[in-house]
Design a binder for this molecule. Structure first.
Ligand code: SAM
Length: 222
């Protein structure tokens, strides 16, 4: 990410400016691909349930953290139905404001709405069974992503899991000047995960997405 890391401040401020202009809707969260939301959530549910249902060593269902949560699309349909409490963190205050309405009555089980960039966010030690990080890692520099993942590891409860679900490029790092992000290939993502001292427990490709978008992979880490 050489060039981008050199101009880190504008990498982050451009992204913040971009998201401030995006409508607080599912369509806005998914860059115009609102129609894939159900396929995405169903795939995530099948992925996650493998770890919540196994006998010994199963992951708990007390508390989850939705990172880069936006309006709470994932919190509403994946995390609140599975966990007693969910916290949301996002850099865009307008999305968190919208989440309170969007989540409806179930929003009473939201513990915290944290408005912060993940590069600055310190999740509480030992609080979370699952930390879900979807479609946001491309907004962090390599070093910030590694440091954030290290902080996430400390924030896990016993048998807890960090899940990354994100676009992967065919090869190398592909910058997106529009939203000020990058898309990394799978080897690069794996190497950043390893730099953070995390192991990959399970990995899957999300199937049935439109062919014109990036491949999406889900990685379970601890
Ligand atoms: C593509 S949307 C995905 C939202 C949500 N994860 C979902 O799948 O519905 C990206 C989200 O990341 C947030 N975001 C962008 N840069 C961020 C950063 N540095 N830290 C935390 N959130 C960030 C945006 O405000 C936006 O809500």
């Amino acid at each position: 990410m050489g060039d981008i890391a050199q101009d880190e401040a504008s990498f982050y401020s451009k992204a913040e400016g971009y998201w401030k202009e995006v409508p607080p809707t599912v369509e806005g969260m998914l860059g115009g691909y609102g129609s894939i939301s159900s396929i995405d959530i169903n795939g995530s549910k099948a992925f996650l349930q493998k770890f919540l249902c196994e006998g010994e060593g199963k992951t708990g269902t007390n508390c989850a953290l939705d990172c880069g949560a936006g309006i709470g699309r994932i919190t509403k349909r994946l995390l609140l139905p599975l966990f007693r409490t969910v916290d949301l963190v996002d850099v865009t205050q307008e999305f968190l404001d919208k989440a309170k309405n969007y989540l409806g009555g179930e929003s009473k089980r939201v513990g915290n709405y944290f408005c912060s960039g993940l590069q600055d966010f310190v999740p509480e030690c030992g609080r979370y069974d699952v930390i879900w990080i979807q479609w946001v890692i491309g907004h962090l520099t390599d070093n910030h992503l590694v440091d954030f993942l290290r902080r996430c590891q400390k924030a896990l409860r016993p048998n807890g899991l960090i899940i990354i679900k994100d676009n992967v490029s065919y090869e190398g790092v592909v910058p997106d000047e529009v939203d000020s992000s990058v898309c990394r290939d799978l080897e690069i993502v794996r190497s950043l995960v390893s730099r953070a001292g995390l192991g990959i427990i399970h990995e899957e490709q999300q199937m049935n997405f439109p062919t014109e978008i990036y491949q999406v992979h889900t990685l379970a880490l601890r």
